[in-house]
Design a protein around this ligand. Structure first.
Ligand code: ZN
Length: 169
């Protein structure tokens, strides 16, 4: 797995090389990032596709751990079933969502609510010239959304600065 720290240091943490120590000191990677990255890297043997994954960072919004990974990595991680996700949640004691790094709210939302699908998305202009995105999801899927609407909103806002509004059809 690619991450800000080299794989060996990730496995041996807190014993790290000078290069990685510098990244830690400069705040390029946080304690929380390391904690999550270590869980993932230790699953490499069990799920070899994780070796191809790029770990970016993790942030917590509303108690949910949002793990940012590279393009195509969500499929790489979840390809072998949802066991990786369950393992992460168990070891971190929190709800975890894997999201590919993006500024596109629709793409982020798709990762956040997976396997629930988005039916459609409209941009609604408000009188003050700002806008919000109205996202339609099937009423039948309402209970399958893994996060609360507020959590979804907060994560999207933190990542993109945009507001979304979810409506059920
Ligand atoms: Zn290192």
């Amino acid at each position: 797995m690619k991450s800000p720290l080299c794989t060996i240091c990730l496995k041996n943490y807190p014993l790290v090389c000078g290069n990685c120590q510098e990244k830690i000191s400069e705040g390029e990677i946080s304690e929380l990032d390391i904690k999550v990255a270590r869980v993932l890297v230790n699953l490499e043997d069990l799920f070899p596709s994780i070796k191809e994954v790029t770990f970016k960072q993790v942030f917590v919004a509303d108690g949910v751990y949002v793990v940012l990974v590279g393009k195509g990595d969500v499929r790489r991680i979840l390809g072998s079933g949802r066991r990786v996700l369950r393992q992460l949640e168990e070891e971190l004691g929190a709800k975890v969502r894997l999201v590919e790094e993006s500024r596109d709210p629709q793409k982020i939302l798709r990762d956040l609510i997976r396997p629930v699908r988005i039916l459609g998305i409209n941009t609604i202009w408000l009188p003050d010239n700002s806008f919000e995105r109205k996202v339609r999801i099937s009423e039948r899927e309402r209970d399958n959304i893994p996060l609360t609407l507020e959590q979804l909103n907060n994560v999207i806002y933190e990542m993109t600065g945009e507001r979304i509004r979810i409506v059920f059809d």
